[in-house]
Design a protein around this ligand. Structure first.
Ligand SMILES: [Zn+2]
Ligand SMILES: [Zn+2]
Length: 389
C-alpha cells in the first residue's frame, strides 16, 4: 500500500510499504477513505518529538471502511464505516474504566521510554513516535486498529466523511479543552491559537454556555475564521499587548478561563518568546511555552487554565508564582477521545455544529508532502488539510 512516511526534519515521503495485517484478535484493518494532517503532526515534521524512526507511517486523524476483523471483535462487520480515535485504549484497565482513555495502561508496548521521561506512560497513539507505541498511522491506504472493539465509532450514511472525520481528534480535543474550563453562565473564555483545535475550542465554549470568547492569533485568515465562522472576538497579538487588551475587554477582571491551543512551538514577539527561541535553538530547552505563560498571566484570579496544546518536555520560566498566588486551576492532557465520540456525533446529527467548516484544502495522499510544507508555512491561507488516499 501507499503511506506517508517520516524520514527526518522536514522530510516526509509517500512510499510503498507492506499492507497491515491482523496481529491480535481485537484488531481490525480499516481501508482509509479520508485522513487529515494535524497541527501536532507538524511537531513531528519539525523534529520536536523524540523517538521517531525513519520510515514511520504518520497520521492520527482518519476514518474508513472495515475490511478485516480479528476474531474477538464482535461489534464490527466488514463494510462498517468508522471513525477511529487517535488515542489507543483497551477499555478494561484502571484508567479506561475511569473514562481516562488517553491514559490507558495497556496500549503502549514501549511504555518504558515514556516512563523514563514522565514516570508513567500515557496510552499508545497512532503515528506519533515510539514513545507512544510506534504504531503505524493513518495517512495511508490501510491501517491496523488495535482494540478496535472499543476504538471505533460507526458513522451513519447520512453524514459525510468531512462532517465526521474530526471526531478522531480535533473536535473532541477542542471540546475537552472547553469542558475543562468548567464554563458558568456569563463566562468569558480566552483562547490562544486559532488553528483547527482553537477553532473547535471556540465553538465548543459557546456550545457549553460561554457568553463571550476572545481568540488570539496573528494569522489574518485564522482570526477571520474565528470571528466570522465561530463568532469570537479577536486579538491580533502582533498588533497589541495581549494582557492589556484582555484586561480592557473584561472590565479589568481578566478572562474566567484561558485555553492554550498553541503548545510547544509558540511564536511571540515579547522578550520571553525570543528567549525561548534562542534556548530551543541551542538545545537548552525542548518546548517554547510563550502562549502558556501569557495565559497564566492574563487569567483572572481563581480562574482556570486549560491546555490542549501539546507539550513534550521541560518548560522554562513558567510563572508558577502568578499561578499560585492567583489560585489558578490547571487542566490538561491528551484528549480522552473515546468519551466524546457518541455525544459529539449526536451534536453533529442535530445540526449544532458541522465540523467541515475548518477545511481549507483537499489533497490526494500523493500530495501530502507538499501539504505538510504549505500547512507548516501557513501558505495559501491553509488552516486544515484533508487527504484522500
Ligand atoms: Zn491531532
Ligand atoms: Zn485501558
Amino acid at each position: 500500500m501507499r503511506a506517508l512516511c517520516w524520514f527526518g526534519k522536514n522530510d516526509v515521503r509517500v512510499m510503498n510499504v507492506p499492507d497491515p495485517k491482523i496481529i491480535n484478535p481485537r484488531d481490525a484493518i480499516i481501508k482509509i477513505t479520508t485522513t487529515a494532517i494535524c497541527g501536532s503532526d507538524l511537531h513531528l515534521y519539525n523534529g520536536y518529538i523524540p523517538t521517531m524512526e525513519k520510515g514511520d507511517i504518520m497520521g492520527h486523524e482518519f476514518m474508513g471502511e472495515v475490511v478485516e476483523i480479528g476474531k474477538e471483535v464482535k461489534n464490527l462487520q466488514k463494510g462498517d464505516r468508522v471513525v477511529v480515535p487517535f488515542t489507543i485504549a483497551c477499555g478494561n484497565c484502571f484508567f479506561c474504566k475511569r473514562d481516562l482513555w488517553s491514559l490507558c495502561d495497556n496500549s503502549n508496548p514501549k511504555a518504558k521510554i515514556a516512563e523514563a521521561l514522565y514516570g508513567f506512560s500515557p496510552s499508545g497513539l497512532f503515528g506519533y513516535s515510539h514513545m507512544t507505541g510506534g504504531y503505524a498511522g493513518g495517512q495511508a491506504e490501510y491501517v491496523r486498529v488495535p482494540f478496535a472493539d472499543v476504538g471505533h465509532l460507526k458513522i451513519p450514511e447520512s453524514l459525510s466523511d468531512e462532517q465526521t472525520l474530526f471526531l478522531s481528534d480535533i473536535f473532541p480535543t477542542g471540546y475537552m479543552a472547553a469542558e475543562n474550563c468548567d464554563i458558568q453562565p456569563g463566562d468569558t473564555i480566552a483562547i490562544w491559537g486559532c488553528g483547527p483545535v482553537g477553532q473547535f475550542a471556540i465553538k465548543s465554549a459557546f456550545l457549553l454556555g460561554a457568553e463571550r470568547v476572545i481568540a488570539i492569533d496573528q494569522v489574518p485568515e485564522r482570526l477571520q475564521m474565528a470571528q466570522v465562522e465561530c463568532k469570537a472576538e479577536i486579538i491580533d497579538f502582533s498588533k497589541v499587548d495581549v494582557f492589556e487588551q484582555l484586561k480592557e475587554m473584561t472590565g479589568g477582571l481578566g478572562p474566567d478561563a484561558c485555553i492554550d491551543a498553541v503548545g510547544l512551538e509558540a511564536h511571540g514577539t515579547t522578550p520571553d518568546a525570543l528567549y525561548d527561541r534562542a534556548k530551543a535553538a541551542m538545545f537548552l530547552a525542548t518546548d517554547r511555552p510563550h502562549a502558556l505563560r501569557q495565559a497564566i498571566q492574563a487569567c483572572r484570579k481563581g480562574g482556570t487554565v486549560s491546555i490542549p496544546g501539546v507539550y513534550g518536555g521541560l518548560l522554562d520560566k513558567l510563572p508558577m508564582g502568578a499561578a499560585f498566588n492567583k489560585g489558578l486551576t490547571f487542566k490538561m492532557g491528551q484528549t480522552h477521545v473515546h468519551r466524546y465520540l457518541k455525544p459529539l456525533l449526536s451534536r453533529i446529527e442535530k445540526g449544532e455544529i458541522d465540523p467541515s467548516f475548518v477545511i481549507t484544502h483537499r489533497l490526494s495522499l500523493n500530495d501530502a508532502p507538499d501539504g505538510y510544507e504549505v500547512f507548516k508555512k501557513k501558505q495559501d491561507t491553509c488552516i486544515k488539510i484533508v487527504l484522500k488516499p
